[in-house]
Design a protein around this ligand. Structure first.
Ligand code: C2E
Ligand code: MG
Ligand code: MG
Length: 639
């Protein structure tokens, strides 16, 4: 789902949305660990070095709080600490572990994991009855979940890696599968000599570039397809061929050609990040498995990022070479249902692309081809839209349902495309964001709407202006002062301005954002969390985030008031907001019944098509003139 779509399944409970998101995050953390460990084991020279490096990877790359490795002493049946990393040294140093149930620590997770050769985990130590003996101590150290993973050498369990998380962590079926894979890799490394390790390395990694080999990419693609067929997730497979590599190679010489390939691999790897996978599948052909590249927009973004990374020539000694790629793309399950099929189709698309000339791209599905070329066309038109005055601000009223007054407006961007007519932001804002144009356009919206609202205030209409903020804007170091600068000349009082920032954007870099919002608040500007309920905010952050309003996402409102479960979620959100002293506003209202429910639940404000669709300034003024008559009594004319 893109950040701008409004297509959440109606009435989906808040816990499910968060759980899905949490699952992806957890899998990413474990994938990080797996790929780091995989990358590492081929470089280690001895077992000590291997043991020493595992825990830092789990903690630093997997985001766990603490990890330790215990090795079994076969004689005494005790488990000896062999390596550790993270915060928790005192926890482990003071405890004894064993695999003998009647010895201290014999029934501990680590003891059990080694004795029974299985992963022992707890998703939530605080509420796990098995943790009775260790709970208090574990919680004192900030441990909320753990997993103890047995490791073996030559088919015999020799110890365990135990990791701890500082928040509850669901070790579901897929998470456990990844842990098993991690354990398998560590065990493999333990049991094999350096020579064997090298052999494994060349099977998985291309010796020249360090990228995955064709064989491994094929294997991974098949494996991912199998797990996607259960989860229903989409995958993208991209093959890319360096344009004219043969003649480059001949002109600079093969040794330099190798260096060039290494450089190219490095650049590609900086664009293609986990969980996506990158391989070299023939001399000058690379392949990407996009686990995280699922729709037209992210395909487009990936291609753009690759093109940007190669926009400058690469240096190979004295020469400089400008690299372009031709690409072929196929999608699972849209185009094919097996790895082989996907590769065949992507390669067929690639040869089509080659026929079109250098730097071409062909996707197997004509539908995606069409949409991608539409995006490219739109981008070219958008570049001129600002100077051609094609952007317009529409206004959507916010109504205080406790006092029946017009309390604010949300500025919503529209684009008057000379060819297509009025275009909604869901279609073009992502492109503005990608190209960085959103900075300029965002400033324009802020200025334009501020001027307008200030004009209205002179006519006696007083209310707050809400403006949506994009990632690129928030990421600016001087975010707060930029906002102030834009509204300075408009006369709008900062205390009449509210910034809407989506929950997922806020949570992406929450510590940094807290600072920025504090600066914004210093100027008297308010901040609300837009699309609340679709992201992943924890209570701890809600408490610390200096925001004013929670804006309940439209997906929760749609099924109101009949869907009892959603109704309960909304009541919970509103009472939660009360605890944190936050206002609530519900978006997407289209019936009086919804207003009645929300009013009773204590919601402060609403907005939605029930009152009016967003309107251009002139029309909005007419709406305001009639507002009192139409909506002053919610039980009146509309019901
Ligand atoms: P948003 O901020 O969550 O805005 C609410 C969206 O829901 C608006 O769509 C609004 O027209 C629509 N909406 C309101 N009431 C109803 C209703 O009763 N039913 C339905 N079906 N929809 C309703 P719009 O104007 O297309 O904007 C979509 C998104 O585009 C916004 O979501 C916002 O994230 C983004 N956006 C809009 N203007 C700007 C802008 O100036 N800058 C940035 N960065 N993003 C913007
Ligand atoms: Mg908004
Ligand atoms: Mg919203």
């Amino acid at each position: 789902m893109t950040r701008y779509s409004r297509d959440h399944p109606a009435g989906e409970p808040i816990t499910d949305i968060k759980e899905d998101y949490g699952h992806v995050k957890r899998m990413n953390r474990l994938y990080n660990v797996l790929s780091k460990i995989n990358g590492f084991i081929i470089r280690v020279n001895n077992i000590n070095e291997l043991l020493e490096s595992i825990c830092p990877i789990i903690v630093d790359d997997g985001g766990f709080k603490f990890a330790w490795i215990g090795i079994l002493d076969k004689e005494t049946k005790e488990i000896r600490l062999a390596a550790l990393w993270g915060e928790g040294e005192a926890y482990i140093r003071d405890l004894k572990f064993s695999i003998q149930p009647d010895l201290p620590g014999g029934t501990s997770p680590t003891g059990t994991a080694i004795r029974e050769n299985r992963i022992v985990s707890s998703d939530d130590i605080e509420h796990d009855a098995r943790m009775l003996n260790w709970r208090r101590r574990a919680l004192t150290f900030g441990f909320k979940a753990y997993a103890a993973i047995p490791i073996s050498m030559d088919n015999e369990v020799i110890g365990a890696v135990t990791l701890y998380a500082d928040t509850p962590f669901t070790f579901g079926k897929e998470e456990i599968r990844l842990l098993e894979e991690i354990a398998g890799d560590i065990s493999f490394a333990m049991g094999n000599t350096a020579k064997l390790l090298k052999a494994k390395y060349t099977l998985i990694f291309d010796p020249l570039t360090g990228l995955l080999t064709r064989e491994h990419i094929l294997q991974e693609l098949q494996r991912l397809i199998e797990s996607s067929s259960q989860s229903g997730e989409r995958l993208t497979f991209i093959v890319m061929d360096i344009d004219r590599f043969k003649s480059v190679n001949e002109s600079i010489g093969y040794a330099k050609g190798d260096l060039l390939l290494k450089e190219i691999a490095k650049k590609l790897a900086s664009v293609i990040k986990t969980p996506n996978m990158l391989g070299r599948i023939s001399a000058d052909e690379f392949a990407v498995i996009g686990c995280d590249i699922k729709d037209d927009e992210s395909i487009y973004r990936t291609i753009e990022n690759i093109n940007t990374a190669f926009s400058k020539p690469l240096a190979t000694g004295s020469e400089e070479v400008l690299i372009t790629f031709s690409m072929g793309i196929s999608l699972y399950p849209d185009d094919g249902s097996t790895g082989e099929e996907l590769i065949k189709l992507a390669e067929a698309s690639l040869s089509q692309a080659k026929k079109l000339g250098t730097n071409s791209l062909v996707t197997y599905s004509p539908a995606i081809n069409k949409r991608l070329s539409e995006i490219i066309k739109m981008k070219n038109k958008l570049i001129k839209a600002l100077e051609n005055h094609e952007f317009i601000v529409y206004y959507e009223p916010k109504i205080n349902i406790q006092t029946n007054t017009l309390s604010g407006v949300e500025a919503l961007l529209r684009w008057q495309d000379p060819e297509e007519g009025l275009v909604r932001p869901t279609r073009f804002v992502p492109i503005l964001e990608e190209t960085g144009m959103i900075l300029k356009v965002g400033q324009w919206v802020l200025k334009e709407a501020s001027k307008q609202v200030q004009q209205w205030s002179k006519k006696g209409y007083n209310f707050k202006l809400a403006v949506n903020i994009s990632a690129a804007q928030l990421e600016q170091d001087d975010f707060a002062s930029m906002i102030i600068m834009e509204i300075k000349d408009t006369g709008l009082n900062p205390s009449n301005l509210e910034l809407e920032i989506t929950e997922s954007l806020l949570m992406k870099n929450v510590e940094r954002n807290i600072e920025k919002i504090l600066q914004v608040k210093d100027y008297g500007i308010a901040v609300s969390i837009d699309d609340f309920g679709t992201g992943y905010s924890s209570l701890a952050y809600l408490k610390r985030l200096p925001i004013n309003t929670l804006k309940i996402d439209i997906s929760f409102i749609k099924t109101l008031p009949d869907d009892k479960e959603t109704a309960k979620i909304i009541e919970t959100i509103i009472s939660l907001a009360g605890v944190f002293n936050l206002k609530t506003i519900a978006e997407g209202i289209d019936s009086q019944e919804q207003i009645n429910f929300l009013k009773k639940a204590g919601c402060d404000e609403v907005q939605g098509y029930y009152f009016t669709k967003p309107l251009p300034a002139k029309k909005f003024e007419e709406f305001m003139a009639n507002f009192h008559r139409d909506f002053s009594d919610p039980a009146g004319s509309k019901s």
